[in-house]
Design a protein around this ligand. Structure first.
Ligand SMILES: Cc1ncc(COP(=O)(O)O)c(C=O)c1O
Length: 489
């Protein structure tokens, strides 16, 4: 007799058979069928994952996985703090039912990209989403004034512009990077991007050939591993472990000395937070030199160091081997969609060419406003101001988490920079489950385990601390503490 899990109160689920394959897939199919048959109506609320798991006698993770799959397919919609429902927008017209019955054969990439959409969905601006700009400390007023002033001049609507980015902005960025980040660069090496995500994509396109392997840190920013997976390099990724000195170069050489590119975050390892030690910097550069490889330096938040001065960029030690990527998403705001790549001379034309094919260039008017913002000293002033604001928020979040959460359930990874913290979870606490429960409770959390690619996948959460009021932080910390306690009991 097959062992079964039945749920008579919710007849649409029917019977799940453990022998018939993954339970989450069976559950997803049962709910998909129930929606198709009209037993579950558009907009109808679903039971909580906990209640359903209990009723079905399966783990909560199984139900979470099934729900997540249907959310990704657009059949369910998950609203922050309001649970999961059948998507209200589901078209139940007879024509659409007929369309559904026909099985459309889609390329595998369709599902892969749809999953990326789900994984990268912006978290709502509630604690502990990352990169929420510092409200009142934002440069809105100055930005508006500069926009008004330039509207009749450089920033007025015009014809096609320079795909590398407007010269005024490239000059301003080169000057800023030379003096504040020890980057060796001239304006002709700066390529304006719509942010580091694009810089990473351009680098993968230009630097990698079919047979090449590539080093990424383990754990790594999903923004890079997801690109590599999506362009057919999943099996070429070498997940090089990270320890307290940053990426372990000797381990990387042992794993695959011939890799073509290393993607690294030397100033502030993402997500763990340690800087790359000087010994490791030299070892990494020596490896790249010997191997004729490239290093892509993602310097996403180095301006925000709270103890001492920001670390100089790796690029300054080997400008011909390093592609340096920077962004204004952290220090100004993510919606600006402006960043830059500083590229060795030999690669500049290729970056500009690939850039043209992708989207030509970002809006020219915003580039002129940003150029004036930097040249007239507003960026330096803004950095000084937000560093203080973020440092204060960071201290409050640390103090609050330590107040609410028992140290045997979770503890913070030490770090002294950036806009996020990592909270490690005790053995047995599944960070993905915690993140899902957090979402249901109105708390924004990113699991760390999904940022690992090797065999070790410790459980933890990435917590943003910027942009939130005391009360919101306290409420969220209390809810998180309750979730952890309930799961641990
Ligand atoms: C490691 C890392 N790199 C880069 C970025 C920034 O990406 P973008 O400039 O595309 O907003 C982020 C943002 O979260 C990040 O965490």
């Amino acid at each position: 007799m097959p062992r079964t899990a039945q749920l008579p109160e919710i007849p649409f689920i029917g019977t799940l058979q453990r022998e018939a394959g993954p339970l989450s897939r069976q559950l997803a199919q049962a709910m998909r069928d129930a929606v198709a048959r009209g037993e579950l109506k558009p907009g109808e609320p679903l039971p909580s994952t906990r209640a359903l798991a209990e009723a079905l006698g399966v783990s909560r993770g199984t139900v979470v996985e099934a729900f997540d799959q249907l959310v990704a397919e657009g059949i369910f919609s998950a609203q922050h703090g309001a649970g999961t429902r059948v998507a209200a927008a589901l078209d139940r017209s007879p024509a659409s039912r007929q369309r559904e019955r026909k099985t459309v054969k889609l390329p595998a990439k369709v599902k892969a990209f749809a999953n990326i959409k789900k994984e990268f969905a912006a978290l709502p601006p509630v604690p502990f989403a990352v990169s929420v700009p510092a409200g009142a400390a934002g440069p809105n007023e100055v930005w508006r004034k500069l926009g008004n002033r330039l509207r009749g001049g450089d920033a007025a609507p015009a014809g096609y512009s320079e795909p590398q980015g407007v010269l005024a902005l490239r000059e301003a960025i080169a000057d800023y990077l030379r003096r504040s980040r020890s980057v060796h660069c001239e304006p002709h090496q700066v390529v304006i991007t719509t942010g580091t995500q694009q810089g990473l994509f351009l680098s993968c396109q230009i630097l990698m050939e079919d047979s090449d392997s590539v080093w990424v840190e383990d754990p790594a920013y999903r923004g890079i591993t997801a690109i590599l997976e999506s362009i057919g390099f999943k099996d070429s990724i070498v997940h090089v472990p990270v320890d307290e000195e940053g990426i372990d170069v000797a381990a990387g050489i042992e794993m695959d000395a011939q890799a073509r590119v290393a993607f690294v975050t030397p100033s502030h390892q993402f997500p763990l937070g340690m800087p790359l030690s000087m010994g490791r910097r030299k070892a990494l550069l020596a490896w790249a030199e010997a191997n004729q490889g490239w290093i892509v330096e993602d310097d996403y938040d180095s301006e925000l160091r709270y103890a001492g001065h920001p670390f100089p960029a790796l690029q300054g030690l080997a400008p011909e081997r390093v592609i340096y990527l920077g962004t204004f998403s952290k220090i100004l705001y993510p919606s600006l969609r402006l960043g830059y790549a500083v590229v060795p001379d030999a690669l500049v034309d290729a970056y500009v060419g690939a850039r043209i094919l992708m989207d030509r260039y970002p809006p020219t008017a915003d580039q002129y406003v940003l150029a004036a913002f930097i040249k007239e000293g507003h960026l330096d002033r803004h950095i000084r101001r937000v560093r203080g604001v973020h440092a204060e928020r960071r201290a409050f979040v640390i103090e609050t988490l330590e107040r609410f959460i028992a140290p045997d359930l979770a503890w913070l990874q030490p770090s002294d920079q950036g806009m996020h913290l990592v909270l490690w979870l005790a053995e047995g606490l599944d960070d993905r489950e915690v993140a899902t429960l957090g979402r249901e409770a109105g708390v924004a959390l990113r699991p760390v385990s999904s940022m690992y690619g090797g065999s070790r996948r410790p459980s933890g959460l990435v917590l943003g601390f910027s942009g939130f009021e005391d009360k919101a932080i306290e409420d969220a910390a209390r809810k998180l503490a309750e979730i952890l306690k309930t799961l641990a009991d």
